[in-house]
Design a protein around this ligand. Sequence first.
Ligand code: NAI
Ligand code: SF4
Length: 441
Amino acid sequence: MSKKLLLAKAQVPGIRHFDVYRREGGYASVEKALKMKPEDIVEEVKKSGLRGRGGAGFPTGMKWSFIAKPEGVPRHLVVNADESEPGTFKDRYLMEFIPHILIEGMIVSSFALGSNVSYIYIRGEYAWITNILETAIDEAKQNGWLGKNIQGSGYDCEIYVQRGAGAYICGEETALIESLEGKRGNPRIKPPFPAVKGLWERPTVVNNVETIAAVVPIINEGGEAYASIGVGRSTGTKLISACGNINKPGIYEIDMTISVEEFIYSDEYCGGIPNGKRLKACIPGGSSVPILPANLLLTTAKGEKRLMNYESLSDGGFATGSMLGSGGFIVLDEDQCIVKNTYTLARFYRHESCGQCSPCREGTGWMEKILKKIDTGKGEMKDIDLLWDIQRKIEGNTICPLGDAAAWPVAAAIRHFRDEFEWHVLNPELCLTENYGLRHY
Ligand code: NAI
Ligand code: SF4
């Protein structure tokens, strides 16, 4: 059984409320951190090996150490709670049921970074969670854990919650910053990175909800203890939101040493595939990462069992691997149609493109149109090559990663399931039947 660090107390009745959370040992990391030097907290996070849990997996301690410290310029911590990646709903769970772990992690992180005013930018659709977070912030403040002179330490910190308005692109850190400043959420060109020039041009660290929550056990137990969990550069625990054709969809905290096979089939996690169906494919890290067919999902290019971690899931690059990404694990059984699935994702990315760069703005529209054509039985063989060509021209040629995120699912679908695209072209009369999956087997 995986060790639980973030969800250890999730089942305690009333854990959402300050009194219960505090009684269960909450805010101990703040007590400890306020007696440390900020740079020692950063060092502890570096030792832990914690990597950003939003999707990119960038080392958190390293990001923190990049924060610029110009004399007299305020710094900020911004928590990215704009969880919009299809298949990803782990931050929602943390914020809804254990909001104080985020507030606690934010106080420690803000202290380490020298931020006196920190923000949570939450996706607009999580309106009810905004209320939960604001209640938690009020409770923390009433009990002296936020505001002026926290617990007599001389350190001041305020936390504000800002709701987005439903745009996926506002989860991209620079678009998020623009939105927080009250502007349209258009991504900025990087560099400069937010750590140097972020919110109102001030040094800013943007971290995902789960990343900041993980700072709590790191400070409580020590960076080395955290690093001893997991394997290689995949240290600590990771929240996975599992959905699709599985018996037990939900949120799981795993210790990144378990295999993908165990995660899908064991009763402790997904509990297998309903009705004895076969596993066809999986998108292991949120909709932006490449889909993998069952054989490559369970086994790496080296013939080893694939593990649920950063290195193993990306083993072989995009030819035979994928990414752990945000931990949005979407399972597809034998009845699912890859063309339909890819078309659905393409529609999403076309809708969410901010339109600033031509390859993304035009390319996502072209991909959607061509996929619709193939899916509805009007495609020609040359459309498959055209689709491949368009995605290649988007990848790497845009301001922000949304372009890549739109291109990769299309590339992987054609790479691994080209026969299915060809089947649609060769069997136009069957394309609009209800039974998408069985027509291929
Ligand atoms: P990125 O790799 O560009 O950056 C990662 C982080 O490291 C950023 O905060 C960046 O500012 C920082 N960084 C990198 N190099 C730096 C340097 N030299 N100096 C200072 N800071 C530096 O990736 P990004 O754009 O933050 O995230 C992309 C990922 O987000 C995708 O892989 C996808 O999986 C994920 N994603 C997650 C979503 C969700 O709902 N959780 C939604 C959409 C995408
Ligand atoms: Fe906007 Fe797409 Fe360019 Fe990102 S890649 S800045 S979403 S047009």
